[in-house]
Write a protein that binds this ligand. Structure first.
Ligand SMILES: Cc1ncc(COP(=O)(O)O)c(C=O)c1O
Length: 459
């Protein structure tokens, strides 16, 4: 660590943090007896805390975000140059990086043509929900306004986005929610809901059943994660996506894929949906778009959807009456452009595939060795291990034990994640999402630490 701060300065930071900062996700009572974690420096895959401890970060900034790793001077330079030239103007006007990043993005997303900027994943998803409601009001006489979401998926933290949360523990305490959001069943085959051979097709058929139950003329949108993240790293079974696409076409339901986690390389393709050949009407993205170097999110859609918002220029209600103040920050697309250049020039999609295979092989080996590992799943550098008390019954381990595994890995200098206050009784999946620059040594060090942690907690 090489910081322009003395140990005294850092101790002051820790104390003022304890006194004044309300951390995300934490029960602060616990911080009365321990120090808050303050991360002070990062380089590549590693971060250092205020006490000088070094950690290998296997979760890209805690929440699958820092895809190209820490300390990228070229992104900092791109942002600095842009801020000095032109930092901000409302997005009713354009910007140089906003225009150039949209062009680059659209090159990677055949079939989609329009990019709407905002600044968080929740907000990007809310934009889709608003667009669908406007399409309903203006083009379907108020019909087709319902939004379907899937059990175990998550689309954001605002009240509107939480209305689409398939993770009850996230939404508990924050209702009442807006109307018109309807849940469809999850597709995790490990926790089967149907005893059939073609599970993917069956799980997708369940969506059709919901559409028929609600009435196809009431349903406007189906919103899905390509691979569920915080709900337990769920890779849809074979045949699922093909059937989903068919169902959406059959009932004229727009398909929205939430790429907030998978977007920009995490699964070894630019976007998660591109593993499945599916053609969405909306794609949203945030976290990895600029790897956390600036706040940016995008709602991307087709020309057909875009055209619905300019049908009658004389009518003031025809355009999309929406703004996101910080969607006009030029630092976001400036950072995103450089982030994308790095992924291309350093061939990080390929590295993600190679290292993803290694990570999966290592997790499979842990499953062989530790009975508590019930299932391992994922794609690219986005993987999880579900911990069970009993392999036969698949009874989940107590979530406190899963959290102890995280703490034991942390004690060895490796930061891993676990599903957290998402699903009652099912917060038992360890989550791994190292940066796309991970090396074979990094991957082995991560799984070695989990190996030791599992032995310490479960014997
Ligand atoms: C799949 C998914 N969508 C949306 C969001 C919300 O993104 P944000 O926290 O940037 O609002 C998240 C956040 O974890 C997510 O995992």
């Amino acid at each position: 660590m090489n910081l322009p701060f003395s140990q005294n300065d850092l101790s002051h930071v820790v104390e003022t943090d304890r006194a004044h900062v309300w951390h995300h996700l934490l029960q602060h009572k616990a911080l009365e007896t321990s120090d808050p974690r303050i991360i002070v420096e990062g380089k590549g895959m590693r971060v250092w805390d205020a006490a000088g401890r070094e950690f290998l970060d296997a979760v890209s900034g805690g929440v699958w975000t820092v895809n190209v790793g820490y300390g990228r001077e070229s992104i900092a330079d791109a942002v600095r140059d842009q801020l000095i030239r032109m930092n901000y103007f409302a997005q009713s006007a354009g910007s140089i990086p906003g225009s150039l990043f949209a062009e680059k993005l659209i090159e990677k997303m055949p079939g989609l043509t329009r990019v709407y900027y905002s600044n968080s994943g929740s907000e990007a998803n809310e934009k889709v929900f608003k667009m669908v409601r406007q399409i309903s009001a203006r083009h379907h006489k108020g019909r087709k306004n319902k939004i379907l979401y899937r059990e175990r998926d998550y689309h954001g933290t605002t009240i509107g986005a939480l209305a689409s949360a398939g993770q009850p523990e996230r939404a508990a305490l924050y209702g009442p929610f807006p109307e018109g959001f309807v849940q469809v069943p999850h597709c995790l085959e490990y926790r089967k809901q149907w005893d059939v051979e073609n599970y993917g097709q069956r799980a997708a058929d369940a969506i059709e059943e919901v559409i028929l139950r609600e009435g196809p003329d009431t349903v406007g949108l189906l919103c899905l994660e390509p691979i569920t993240a915080g709900g337990g790293v769920i890779v849809p079974p074979e045949g699922y996506w093909e059937r989903v696409q068919e169902i959406c076409r059959k009932y004229d339901v727009l398909l929205h894929i939430d790429e907030v986690v998978c977007g920009l390389g995490r699964t070894g393709t630019w976007f998660g949906y591109q593993n499945y050949g599916v053609k969405p009407d909306f794609v949203t993205m945030a976290k990895g778009v600029a790897s956390g170097y600036a706040a940016i999110s995008c709602t991307v859609t087709t020309e057909a959807v875009f055209d619905l918002f300019k049908d009658d220029p004389a009518d003031p209600l025809s355009y999309f009456r929406d703004i996101s103040t910080f969607g006009g920050c030029a630092s976001g697309p400036a950072a995103a452009l450089e982030n994308m250049r790095i992924i291309e020039d350093e061939q990080l999609l390929n590295n993600t595939l190679v290292m993803g295979d290694r990570l999966m092989a290592n997790l499979e080996a842990l499953k062989e060795k530790h009975a508590v590992v019930g299932d391992v799943r994922g794609k690219g550098l986005f993987q999880g291990a579900e911990l069970v008390a009993d392999r036969k019954t698949k009874e989940p381990v107590d979530e406190k034990l899963a959290q102890r595994v995280v703490a034991e890995a942390n004690a060895q200098g490796v930061i891993i994640g676990v599903t957290n206050r998402s699903l009652p009784g099912l917060n038992n999946t360890l989550c791994l999402s190292p940066a796309l620059i991970a090396t074979a040594e990094d991957i082995d060090r991560i799984t070695d630490a989990i190996d030791v942690a599992l032995t310490r907690v479960f014997g």
